[in-house]
Design a protein around this ligand. Sequence first.
Ligand SMILES: Cc1cc2nc3c(=O)[nH]c(=O)nc-3n(C[C@H](O)[C@H](O)[C@H](O)COP(=O)(O)OP(=O)(O)OC[C@H]3O[C@@H](n4cnc5c(N)ncnc54)[C@H](O)[C@@H]3O)c2cc1C
Length: 338
Amino acid sequence: MTEATSLQVDLLIVGAGPVGLFGAYYAGVRTLSTAVLDSLEEPGGQITAMYPEKAIFDVAGFPAIKGRDLVDELLKQAAPHNPHYLLGHQAVELERGEGAFAVTTAAGLRIDCRAIVITGGIGTFTPRPLPAGGDYLGRGLAHFVPDPARYVGEDVVVVGGGDSALDWALMLEPLAKSITIVHRRAEFRAHPHSVELLKASSVNILTDAQISGVRGDPDVTEVDIDVLGTVHTITCSRLVAALGFTANLGPLMEWGIEIKKRQIVVDSMGRTTVPGIYAAGDIVDYEGKVKLIATGFGEVATAVNNAAAYLNPKVSAFPGHLSDYVPAEGGTPTAASK
Ligand SMILES: Cc1cc2nc3c(=O)[nH]c(=O)nc-3n(C[C@H](O)[C@H](O)[C@H](O)COP(=O)(O)OP(=O)(O)OC[C@H]3O[C@@H](n4cnc5c(N)ncnc54)[C@H](O)[C@@H]3O)c2cc1C
């Protein structure tokens, strides 16, 4: 998260899901200074929030790639162009000026830009809070597991019964000192194969159970678990609340852009009804729209390249064939002169 209170860029990408991240790569190729904003603390959108450990089989060029690895590769692909990532910031307000926009976030950060690409997917995700979690978020309590290394040798409790909870429990099992999964129902909601793996693992499984107390100062050291009315206290240094997310398109729907059935209407250039604002990915609608990562990548390439031509009418939307260029050392080809 940035400490600055304002930032000026050519292009603002709203949403650091897979589509926004690929947009950051193309914006860099077009030598646009770029900021990528996301309300989540981690990049990767739905992939990071819901299925980081799942294999994805339908991204061109990858017969199978784990969600987390796809996000890492997208970050690597954009990295030579140094986009500014503004994570933990929800875009709330839009001001329109003469050939310029200002977007203000919920935390008061202002981004001045000349064009916007909205890749907001299904909206801002808010993790469902752990009722007994108090103010332990960041002090042992987390909703994501971005860095498994922080769980090595720890006593971990994962709360939840869906895919994320099981994926994280299974991923951390070989790293943690101990691992317990706590689910309030008798049956897990996760993929049956994950449930089988969990049952065959060394993870301590507590069903019909919920966390009724969290203690430790300043960080979590133990939790109370209520199993059918009997409370057990166990040592816990890392508590992962994987209780799902709510998604809200909220503020983006109020920006004066044409919306149909809660989707942003775009044309074949990725343009919305507001000149200078483009959109791509799960948030857009047009006839025949298919909501997939593969289609979102194509849409954002179209949107960003058309935004480049909008920002500089002397350049074409077509960036050239990047394979014709010899990349700078350690970098990727740049086609701004085209
Ligand atoms: C369980 C599951 C499995 C899936 N499997 C596949 C698969 O195998 N193959 C496939 O192609 N697709 C799959 N999908 C769909 C795929 O994940 C989506 O198509 C893809 O994530 C869309 O990417 P996106 O970048 O458009 O949106 P998202 O991934 O939704 O990212 C949008 C980002 O925008 C942010 N955002 C929204 N509003 C704001 C705001 N106002 N301010 C700041 N940030 C904001 C959100 O926080 C989010 O991070 C799956 C989806 C799910 C849920």
